[in-house]
Design a protein around this ligand. Structure first.
Ligand code: COA
Length: 259
């Protein structure tokens, strides 16, 4: 598949997407959102891909936000559609993929950039990363799920402050808030991601996809405990479950069939 705004690599069970508009600090325009949707969909349906990484090209930015030049003149109706379409194609889509997605925040993650990172299953960052939701400084609010996912990740009060001040926080502050899991020098970001991905790949991809669904439902307005019970029960019908439990009882390493 040919893309103009992103690079996609598939290697050893790992799918890596790099947003590639460095001159615009990888800002998310409409075309990039569409391409990201297609790339995520393709990687998620490829059963040889066990983990997806997403990062930004260059050393300066993960994503510096939605492309302001595209929406500056939008009407109320167009603004609403922009948020709804973006959430459907990319942000909710990524959160609900059955393949684990890790964001590698390699620089600025602002507005839609931080929202994209927050839609991923978890985040790691380089020491130079800077994060924030500056939308209120532009007279708008986060529209790609930021008002929902930020309080879920760092708590309501901290999220309110970050959104109201439109401020930026450092990678270290983000780690202290629980927004990112690890902070490393920029040159070590990819190797850390690969190491974590390697650990994930040792485990049952079927069980992981069910865990993603159950964890996601914990933050939705539905009974996540019921989802957990349902997904937990469903694991008992999988070949991976039989292999995992048999391997334990037989004191050997599991060889999961992924079914
Ligand atoms: N949308 C569109 N273009 C963007 C952009 C965005 N969100 N963020 C950066 N760019 C563009 C700039 O317009 C500039 O383009 P140009 O060279 O054609 O003028 C280029 O990327 C480089 O950005 P620049 O502002 O010159 O870099 P900087 O190092 O001085 O500042 C930032 C970096 C991230 C602080 C600054 O670019 C910024 O504040 N960006 C907007 C962040 C934002 O508000 N995002 C939320 C959008 S809802």
């Amino acid at each position: 598949m040919n893309f103009e705004n992103i690079l996609v690599d598939e290697h050893n069970g790992l799918g890596t997407i790099t947003i590639n508009r460095p001159k615009k600090l990888n800002a998310l325009n409409k075309a990039t959102i569409q391409e990201l949707h297609e790339a995520f969909k393709k990687l998620d349906t490829n059963h040889t891909i066990k983990v997806i990484l997403i990062t930004g090209s260059g050393e300066k930015a993960f994503v510096a936000g939605a492309d302001i030049s595209e929406f500056a003149h939008f009407s109320v109706e167009e603004g609403g559609k922009l948020a709804a379409k973006g959430q459907e194609l990319l942000f909710d889509f990524v959160e609900n993929l059955s393949t684990p997605v890790i964001a590698l925040i390699n620089g600025f993650a602002l507005g839609g950039g931080l929202e994209l990172a927050m839609a991923c299953h978890f985040r790691i960052a380089s020491e130079n990363a800077k994060m924030g939701l500056p939308e209120t400084s532009l007279g708008v609010i986060p529209g790609y799920g930021g008002t929902q996912r930020l309080p879920q990740l760092i708590g309501k009060g901290k999220a309110m402050e970050l959104i109201m001040t439109a401020g930026m926080i450092s990678a270290e502050e983000a780690k202290n808030l629980g927004l990112v899991n690890h902070v490393v020098p920029q040159e070590e970001l990819l190797s850390l991601a690969q190491k974590i991905a390697g650990k994930i790949m040792n485990n049952s991809s079927v069980a992981i996809s069910k865990a993603i669904k159950a964890v996601n439902d914990s933050t939705k307005n539905i009974n996540g405990f019921e989802t957990e019970i349902k997904q937990f029960g469903a694991c008992f019908g999988t070949e991976d479950f039989k292999e995992g439990t048999n391997a334990f009882l037989e004191k050997r390493k599991a060889d999961f069939p992924g079914k």
